[in-house]
Structure formats: structure tokens, C-alpha cells
Design a binder for this molecule. Structure first.
Ligand code: ADP
Ligand code: MG
Length: 367
């Protein structure tokens, strides 16, 4: 009862900050009732789409609550992530903000699970109910949240290893989780226990989303820019992109064909070797400008994504015969597609194991 009173008090206070509508408060109270949380404390972050609160579990473990705002305006912006996303094709309730927000929250939960299953450092999602996601708290034992990478004080010697860590995470995200973060930057990475934790994955898209490569390019541009500003020798956007998307890394070209069946795992040595090689290659100063220019051209160029867009063997062979450099991106793209015959966008092949959460709050449905 005192927990409830406390909760009600906190919830009332938060309501004055204009996030917690009565329905959200009911959800929180039910979470208290089920023993998921015990109290909700201060706001860690107020954002456009969500606020994040610090909370305590009944046994006083720190938790983070991400509470999505249910205003319809907030979610209009998100259409670009949803267009072409088959998980959202049915049931994407454009006209029902509550339902829409619930889908986003559930998606963040599923994506966080995917990251963690692949060994990517990220908060552990614990429960989602409507617009409330409960996850493990990244921060110190006193309840101070870990800083965003943007605000972190990084020892100079840590920057280069962290850059490599991030590239490997993006590659694993792509190859093992089949996701592109789509909002990756120093704002959505936390620096915790000397490592980079990826957060904010509700808008992440499947790697076969029509704009997946555009999102990936932006993600990598942010990563490159951030670490380059800190004096880290970076790959450059083109090579970073190739590092992430290539099915088989050049370092393992001699390896047997079963390498790709391990879903991208077991390639750590190759990844390291390739990074070593590429990062060691000394670009003379005058070439750096040129590389920068190539990156700019690459950034602007449309990167074809879907197989239909990409795959025209005759055109591509002719282009290559003319010496046009269109192989890089295409090969990476084609290497990803498990079965060319399939080519059916209705295929649910890669979303299996992903159905958890779909029926997660049947018990809330009648509220
Ligand atoms: P938004 O959609 O508002 O950007 P984020 O998921 O990026 O939501 O979270 C906003 C902020 O909340 C983050 O920048 C971070 O400071 C904090 N935060 C989010 N999740 C956690 C967590 N699990 N532990 C600690 N802090 C977190
Ligand atoms: Mg964020």
C-alpha cells in the first residue's frame, strides 16, 4: 500500500510534467502491483517521442522506464521508418496513436532482445506494456545514468578502440540481427563501464527495408564524424560501409563456404585483421581530400537496396566491362540475400523468433 501511495505521489508529480496520462499511470500502478517496479523517480531524459525515468525494482535494483508519448503529432515523423517495413504493414494503426505507440514500444523491446542475443551491448529489456518499456538501467550503483557518448569524458587512448568496437557492433547488428539502427549517433550510444551501449532502437529497420542503406550510411557518417573529431584514424565512409555490409570479409576470402552459415559469428579474427589492415594503410595527406570527396559523392548517390532495384545482371556486367565501379555496393547487397528466387516481400523468413511481445499484453487489452 505504501508503495502504491508513493507511486501515486510520484506519478502525480510526473503528470504535471505532462507525460503521464491517466492510462499510463494505470499501467505503472499495475506494474507496481505485479512487483515489476516499486517506485518511479526522477526523469533521466525528456525527449520528443519519449521520456525516460529512473525506477527501482522491489529489491532496489535500478531500472529505466521509457515512456512513449502518445500524442499523434509525435509519430507523424516516423512514417519513413515504417514505409516498406513488412512487420508494420498489417496492423500499423495510423489513426490510433495509442496502438501505434504500443507497436513502437514493442518493437524497441524486440529489437533490444535481438541486439543482446547477438552479444551487442545494450540495455536488457524486461517488460513492455502499451507505451511503457521497462529495461535495465545503465549507470552507476548510486543511480546516476551513464553519459551519452556525446557527453562522455573519453580518455584519449580509449577513442580508437571504441571506434572499432562501434564498427563491429554495427556489423553484427547488420549481419546477425539483420537490422540497421537508423538513428545511430553519439546521442543514442551510452558510455558505460568503458564500453559503448547501443540504445534507442525502436525505429531500427530490417536490413531489407527499402531505405536501409540510406539509414546505414547516415549511421556510419555520424560514427565516422564523431571519432574523426576526436583524432581517431577512421576508415572513411565508403570503407566503413563496406566493412559493415560485406558478407565475407576480404581477409577470409579463402575460407570455405560454410563461413556464412554461422550468421556472421566466428569472424572476429577476420574483422580485426581487416580493420588492422585498412586502418594501417597510410593515406597521404593529398589523398585524404580526395577520399573526402569520394565520400561526399558516395553519400549523395542513391544506393539501390531491394533486389529488384539492384539486380540486372546484364546491365551490371556491361557496366563493369566499361570499368564502372558499381560492384562494391552491389556485391555486398547481393551477398545478403539468402535466396534469389524468394524475392517475395511477404516472406516472413527473417522475422521468426520475433513474435514474442505480439500477444504480450493480452491482459491489458480490456482496460
Ligand atoms: P529518445 O527517443 O528520447 O531519444 P532514448 O532511448 O534515446 O529515447 O533515451 C533517452 C535518454 O535516456 C538517453 O539519451 C539516455 O540518457 C537515457 N537512457 C535511455 N535508456 C537508458 C538506460 N537503460 N539506462 C540509463 N539511461 C538511459
Ligand atoms: Mg535517443
Amino acid at each position: 500500500p505504501s508503495a502504491h501511495a508513493n507511486m501515486k505521489d510520484r506519478a502525480d508529480r510526473a503528470t504535471t510534467e505532462q507525460v503521464l496520462d491517466p492510462r499510463t499511470r494505470t499501467i505503472l500502478l499495475k506494474m507496481v502491483g505485479r512487483g515489476v517496479i516499486d517506485e518511479v523517480n526522477g526523469c533521466i531524459s525528456t525527449g520528443k517521442e519519449a521520456n525516460v525515468y529512473h525506477a527501482l525494482s522491489p529489491d532496489k535494483a535500478h531500472l529505466a522506464l521509457k515512456i512513449y508519448k502518445t500524442s499523434i503529432l509525435v509519430f507523424k515523423d516516423r512514417d519513413k521508418y515504417v514505409a516498406g517495413e513488412h512487420r508494420f504493414r498489417r496492423g500499423y494503426a495510423r489513426h490510433n496513436p495509442r496502438k501505434m505507440v504500443r507497436l513502437w514500444a514493442e518493437k524497441e523491446m524486440r529489437n533490444l532482445k535481438r541486439l543482446r542475443a547477438a552479444g551487442i551491448l545494450a540495455p536488457e529489456p524486461l517488460e513492455v506494456r502499451e507505451n511503457v518499456l521497462v529495461m535495465s538501467f545503465l549507470g552507476d550503483p548510486d543511480g546516476w545514468a551513464a553519459p551519452r557518448l556525446k557527453d562522455a569524458v573519453l580518455p584519449a587512448a580509449a577513442c580508437a578502440p571504441l571506434y572499432r568496437e562501434l564498427l563491429r557492433a554495427v556489423r553484427t547488428l547488420f549481419h546477425t540481427c539483420h537490422l540497421v539502427h537508423a538513428d545511430l549517433s553519439e546521442y543514442n550510444i551510452l558510455y558505460h563501464e568503458e564500453h559503448l551501449y547501443i540504445i534507442d532502437v525502436s525505429q531500427s529497420v530490417e536490413h531489407d527495408h527499402p531505405a536501409a542503406f540510406d539509414f546505414l550510411r547516415n549511421d556510419l557518417k555520424n560514427a565516422e564524424d564523431f571519432f574523426a573529431r576526436r583524432g581517431v584514424r577512421c576508415l572513411g565512409l565508403r570503407r566503413a560501409f563496406e566493412f559493415v555490409t560485406r558478407d565475407r570479409l576480404p581477409a577470409s576470402d579463402g575460407a570455405d563456404a560454410s563461413a556464412e552459415e554461422d550468421g556472421g559469428r566466428g569472424m572476429d579474427a577476420d574483422e580485426e585483421a581487416l580493420l588492422d589492415r585498412w586502418l594501417a594503410e597510410d593515406a597521404p595527406p593529398e589523398d585524404e581530400a580526395r577520399d573526402g570527396q569520394e565520400d561526399a559523392v558516395f553519400l549523395r548517390s542513391h544506393i539501390p537496396r531491394s533486389l529488384n532495384e539492384v539486380f540486372d545482371p546484364e546491365r551490371d556486367a556491361a557496366a563493369r566491362a566499361r570499368g564502372e565501379d558499381r560492384g562494391l555496393v552491389y556485391e555486398a547487397a547481393l551477398g545478403l540475400v539468402p535466396s534469389v528466387e524468394e524475392g517475395d516481400e511477404d516472406s516472413e523468413g527473417h522475422s521468426e523468433g520475433d513474435s514474442d511481445g505480439a500477444d504480450s499484453d493480452a491482459d491489458e487489452a480490456e482496460d
